[in-house]
Write a protein that binds this ligand. Structure first.
Ligand code: ADP
Ligand code: ZN
Length: 765
C-alpha cells in the first residue's frame, strides 16, 4: 500500500509519529441505539476483505460485548482531513459477510432515506436487506423438456419403441416445456423412455435452478403481445424515448380504469430488457394476486414475485438471484423498491396513489419517493400509473417537473360505466324502506342478476354494527385501551376494538344504567351480508374483508369463486375496489360514499374520490356494459359529483387550490410529530414543549416554517397510551427537516414518553 502524502507541509500530530505505518478504519452503523457511525480499525490482514455494505462484529460500549454493524465507509487512518487517534480506536472483531449485502448504489439510496426521513442509517439498511438473507437455503435443478423444431418436422419418419414414440408425441404437442415428472404422468410411462429420448437428442433439456419450495413452479403459459391502440402506442413511444436517452425522467401515466396501462408497462419493460437491463414493478400488496403474477410470468422469462407470504429463505433466494442478474423483472409490494438488480433500467409503480406504498414504521419511507431517488441515481425512467394519480404526482406533472401521459379511453373502446347517485336523505325520509340497500339499488341488483350479471357492493367498514349504545342513558361501549367505540361482530357475538383487537362478549345490558336492550347500530359488512342474504336468498353472496380473508390464499380462492360465476354478489371493504378485472360484473353499488368524507384529514376528499372511481372501474369491462349506483347523504358534494362524472381533472382543479390555500402538500412539505405516553398530562406537556422549542427556533431563524398544535390526536388513546400530535410545514423541505432534526436531537425524553417524526405523513389519525 502506498503511503499517503500530506498535501500541506504540516507536521503530523505527535501521537501519530510512532504509528506512521498506514492503517485503515471503517465507519460502522448499527440498527439500534447507539446508532453510530463509529470508527473501528480494520486489522491489516483483513484490509482486502472488508468493504462497504458488509456486516462486521465490533466491540461496543464498555466491556467486550460484540455487536453486529454495517460498514458504510472505509477510511485511510492518516488522511489529514480526518486523522484518527489510533490508540483510542478498537479493532473490528469479526467479518460476517464475504460479499457486500448492499451495493454502492443501494447504500447511496439508504443514506438519502436516512436524511429524508430522519431515521438512523443502520435502521434503514436493516430495512433494505430482508431478514432471511443470512440463511443459506437449498436449491435444486429441474429439467424442462421440449422437442426441437427439426425433430418435430420429421416426427412421423422416426422409428421408435412404442413408449418413446408416445412420450415424444405428447411433448411435441405441449404448448409449454414439461418436467420429466409431468411428461411421465401425461404419457403414462416411467422415466426410462424419456431418458432414452434425451440421450438420442430427440428432446431438448433446459436446466433451471429452482428453489426447493418454489410455489411458482408451473410451466409458464406464454402469451403474445397485444396490438396497442394509438393512445397506448403513443405512451409507449414516449417512455421508450426516455429509456433510450438514459434520462431519469418521471412519467405520470394517467389512464382510466381498464385503459390498458399494464400492457404499456409490459412493452416498455420488454424494451428495457432488450437493452440488457432489468425492471422493478411495484404494486399494492392487495394486488399481488396469482392473476397479476401470471400476467407478468406469461410475458417474461425470469420474474421474481416478492409477496408478503414468502418465507425468509425464499426471500433470501430471490435476493441472491436478483443480485446475480438472473432476474429480468421483480414484481412486488413496497419493499421491492430495494431489489438489488445490478443493471436496473426502469421502475414502474402501478396504482401509485395507493397508501400501502408508505411504510408505517421507521424508516417511514414512501416507495414512490424512494423510487424517484433511485431512478435519479440510476438515470432511468420512473413510470407512475394510476386512474386517480396522487395530487402530489399530478401537480408535479402539471407543473412540468414530470411528464404527463394520458390514456383517456378504455382499451377495446368500451364506454365507462354510467354512475348515478342515490340520495340517502330522501330514501330515509320515505321510511317505507329500512336497511342498507335502498330501493333503487335493490331494483338494479334484481335486474342485473336476472340478466346473469354479477354484482359488487362496497362498504368500507367491517364488522356488524359499528357502535353499541344504550338507548336509555346514551352510554357507548368503548375500548378501555383506545378512544374508539367497539364494533359488534355477529358471528362471534363479540365486541371488538378495530385498533388493538381488545374483545369482550357483546353486552346485552348497559354496564352503566343496567338497562336491558342495548342497541347495535351503525352498518358494517357483516350486517350488509345478512341483509343481502335475506333479500337475495337464491343468489350466492360472499363477504370479503380482513375478518374473512385472514387465511393465506383465501383472497385468491374467493376471487376464483367469483370469477367462475359460483358467487353472484361480492361484498366487502376497499379490498374489493382495486384492480379486479371481471367482465361479467354489470353493477357496482357503493353503500355509503361518505364514510371517509368527513374524517379529520386533508386527504379525505382525495380518498373518497379515489375509492368511488376505483370501485366504479370494476364494472363495464365486458360486452354487457355496466352501471354504478352510489348511495350518499351528500349528492351535491363536489367530490362525489366529480366521481360521478369520472372527471379526475375536475376533481384535481377543485382540490389543488385548496391545498395551496391551506399550505398542504404538494405545496409545502409536511411533518407530523406524534407523542404518546401512559399519562395524558405528561404526554401533553411534552408535546407542548416540542412545540415551544420549534417556535423558538423559528423566531430566531426567521425561516418560513409553520407549526400547528400540539393537539390531542383524533385517536386520542391507543393501546393504553394517550396521543398528541403537532404538524410542521415548510416550503423548503430540507430546511424543515433540518430544524426538526436539531430540535428533536436535543430533547431529553422522559422514560415513559415516546415520540416519532413522520415526514410526508399519510396517516393523520
Ligand atoms: P388498466 O391497468 O389500465 O386498468 P388493464 O391493463 O388491466 O387496464 O387492461 C384492461 C383490459 O384490456 C385487460 O383485459 C387487457 O388484457 C385488455 N387490453 C389492454 N390493452 C389492449 C389492447 N391493446 N388490445 C386488446 N386488449 C387490451
Ligand atoms: Zn383498543
Amino acid at each position: 500500500m502506498t503511503e499517503q502524502k500530506n498535501l500541506f507541509n504540516v507536521d503530523p500530530e505527535p501521537w501519530l509519529l510512532d504509528d506512521m505505518d498506514d492503517f485503515q478504519t471503517a465507519s460502522i452503523v448499527f440498527a439500534e441505539a447507539p446508532y453510530g457511525p463509529y470508527e473501528y480499525i480494520i486489522p491489516s490482514d483483513w484490509s482486502s476483505r472488508v468493504a462497504k455494505g458488509m456486516r462486521v462484529r465490533v466491540p461496543l460500549g464498555r466491556g467486550s460485548r460484540k455487536v453486529m454493524g454495517y460498514c458504510i465507509e472505509i477510511n485511510a487512518g492518516q488522511q489529514k482531513s480526518r486523522s484518527f487517534d489510533r490508540s483510542k480506536l478498537r479493532d473490528i472483531a469479526a467479518i460476517v459477510d464475504e460479499a457486500p449485502l448492499v451495493n454502492d448504489s443501494l447504500l447511496e439510496l439508504a443514506k438519502w432515506i436516512s436524511e429524508q426521513y430522519l431515521c438512523p442509517l443502520g435502521t434503514v439498511i436493516e430495512t433494505i436487506v430482508p431478514a432471511g438473507v443470512r440463511t443459506k437455503a437449498g436449491t435444486r435443478e429441474i429439467a424442462f423438456l421440449s422437442v426441437p423444431n427439426q425433430v418435430v418436422a420429421k416426427l412421423t419418419q422416426l422409428q421408435l419403441p412404442k413408449k418413446q414414440a408416445e412420450a415424444l408425441k405428447i411433448l411435441s404437442a405441449s404448448s409449454s416445456p414439461l418436467t420429466v415428472d409431468q411428461l411421465a404422468d401425461a404419457a403414462g410411462c416411467s422415466a426410462a423412455p424419456i431418458k432414452s429420448l434425451c440421450e438420442k437428442k430427440l428432446i431438448h433439456v433446459d436446466l433451471e435452478r429452482v428453489h426447493q419450495n418454489d410455489h411458482d413452479l408451473k410451466p409458464r403459459r406464454i402469451e403474445a403481445d397485444l396490438e396497442l391502440n394509438p393512445a397506448q402506442q403513443s405512451a409507449l413511444d414516449q417512455i421508450s424515448q426516455v429509456v433510450r436517452d438514459q434520462a431519469s425522467e418521471t412519467i405520470v401515466l394517467h389512464g382510466i380504469t381498464g385503459s390498458g396501462k399494464t400492457e404499456v408497462y409490459i412493452r416498455a419493460i420488454q424494451e428495457v430488457i432488450e437493452h440488457g437491463r432489468q425492471a422493478i414493478v411495484l404494486v399494492p400488496e392487495i394486488s399481488l394476486t396469482p392473476q397479476t403474477r401470471q400476467r407478468f410470468r406469461a410475458r417474461f422469462k425470469r420474474v421474481a414475485v416478492m409477496h408478503s407470504h414468502l418465507t425468509p429463505s425464499e426471500r433470501h433466494w430471490h435476493w441472491q438471484q436478483i443480485a446475480n442478474g438472473q432476474i429480468e423483472v421483480v414484481v412486488g409490494a413496497r419493499s421491492a423498491v430495494f431489489a438489488p438488480l445490478p443493471r436496473l433500467g426502469i421502475i414502474v409503480i402501478d396504482e401509485e396513489h395507493d397508501g400501502s406504498f408508505k411504510q408505517d414504521k421507521a424508516p417511514r419511507y414512501h416507495a414512490r419517493d424512494v423510487a424517484r431517488k433511485r431512478s435519479e441515481l440510476a438515470r432511468i425512467p420512473l413510470v407512475l400509473g394510476s386512474a386517480t394519480p396522487s395530487l402530489e404526482s399530478y401537480h408535479l406533472a402539471k407543473a412540468g417537473d414530470y411528464k404527463l401521459i394520458r390514456l383517456p379511453h378504455r382499451a377495446l373502446n368500451r364506454p365507462l360505466p354510467d354512475v348515478s347517485t342515490i340520495d340517502l336523505r330522501t330514501e330515509f325520509a320515505s321510511k317505507s324502506h329500512r336497511g342498507a340497500i335502498s330501493r333503487p339499488l335493490q331494483n338494479a341488483m334484481k335486474e342485473a342478476l336476472s340478466q346473469d350479471g354479477q354484482v359488487i357492493l362496497l362498504l368500507n367498514r367491517r364488522g356488524f354494527a359499528t357502535s353499541i349504545q344504550c338507548p336509555s342513558c346514551g352510554y357507548v361501549v368503548e375500548c378501555p385501551n383506545c378512544d374508539i367505540a367497539l364494533t359488534h361482530h355477529q358471528d362471534s357475538n363479540r365486541a371488538v376494538c378495530h385498533y388493538c383487537d381488545y374483545m369482550i362478549p357483546s353486552p346485552v345490558r348497559c354496564s352503566q344504567c343496567d338497562y336491558e336492550g342495548i342497541r347495535f347500530s351503525g352498518l358494517g359488512t357483516q350486517k350488509l351480508e345478512a341483509e343481502v342474504k335475506s333479500r337475495f336468498p337464491n343468489d350466492a353472496c360472499l363477504r370479503m374483508d380482513s375478518d374473512t380473508m385472514q387465511r393465506i390464499g383465501s383472497h385468491e380462492e374467493a376471487l376464483d369463486r367469483f370469477r367462475n360465476g359460483e358467487i353472484k354478489i361480492l361484498l366487502g371493504t376497499q379490498m374489493i375496489a382495486k384492480g379486479l378485472d371481471f367482465p361479467n360484473v354489470t353493477l357496482v353499488g357503493v353503500i355509503n360514499a361518505d364514510t371517509a368524507l368527513h374524517l379529520p384529514d386533508f386527504r379525505a376528499a382525495e380518498r373518497t374520490f379515489c375509492l368511488v372511481t376505483q370501485v366504479a372501474g370494476r364494472t363495464g369491462r365486458g360486452d354487457k356494459g355496466g352501471r354504478v349506483l352510489v348511495q350518499t347523504f351528500n349528492p351535491e358534494n363536489p367530490t362525489i359529483q366529480a366521481a360521478e362524472q369520472h372527471d379526475f381533472e375536475r376533481f384535481a382543479e377543485q382540490e389543488i387550490p385548496e391545498r395551496e390555500q391551506f399550505g398542504y402538500p404538494p405545496f409545502r412539505q409536511l411533518a407530523r410529530i406524534v407523542v404518546r405516553g401512559e399519562s395524558e398530562v405528561f404526554a401533553g406537556a411534552f408535546a407542548t414543549q416540542i412545540g415551544e422549542e420549534l417556535r423558538k427556533r423559528i423566531k430566531v431563524s426567521g425561516d418560513d416554517i409553520r407549526v400547528l398544535g400540539p393537539a390531542a390526536a383524533p385517536i386520542n388513546k391507543l393501546r393504553g397510551k394517550y396521543r398528541f400530535h403537532l404538524f410542521a410545514s415548510g416550503a423548503d423541505g430540507e430546511l424543515l427537516r433540518r430544524m426538526i432534526a436539531e430540535v428533536t436531537g436535543q430533547l431529553r425524553t422522559p422514560n415513559e414518553i415516546q415520540w416519532i417524526v413522520d415526514i410526508d405523513p399519510l396517516d393523520m389519525l
